[in-house]
Unconditional design. Structure first.
Length: 78
């Protein structure tokens, strides 16, 4: 039987991996911008679904004030 803590761990690891991958994009080519948007969309969707269940970005160790839009900053012009 799957335990709630196991599910939370999988969600946390997925969110952390998506965030790290987005932060590792350091180019400004169309390809890099597309990758960044993909990571943003995936993380945004994951967090939206988590919010329905009352799981916050802080629960996933992303920080209290984390917003996926922060990945789309001046360092990564889109």
């Amino acid at each position: 039987m799957i335990k709630q803590q196991d599910v939370l761990t999988v969600l946390e690891e997925t969110a952390q991996a998506l965030k790290a991958s987005a932060e590792a994009v350091n180019g400004s080519t169309e390809y890099d911008n597309g990758r960044l948007l993909g990571y943003y969309e995936a993380l945004s969707t994951l967090l939206s679904q988590c919010a329905v269940m009352g799981i916050t970005p802080a629960d996933l160790h992303l920080g209290e004030d984390f917003f996926p839009e922060s990945l789309l900053n001046a360092h990564h012009p889109i």
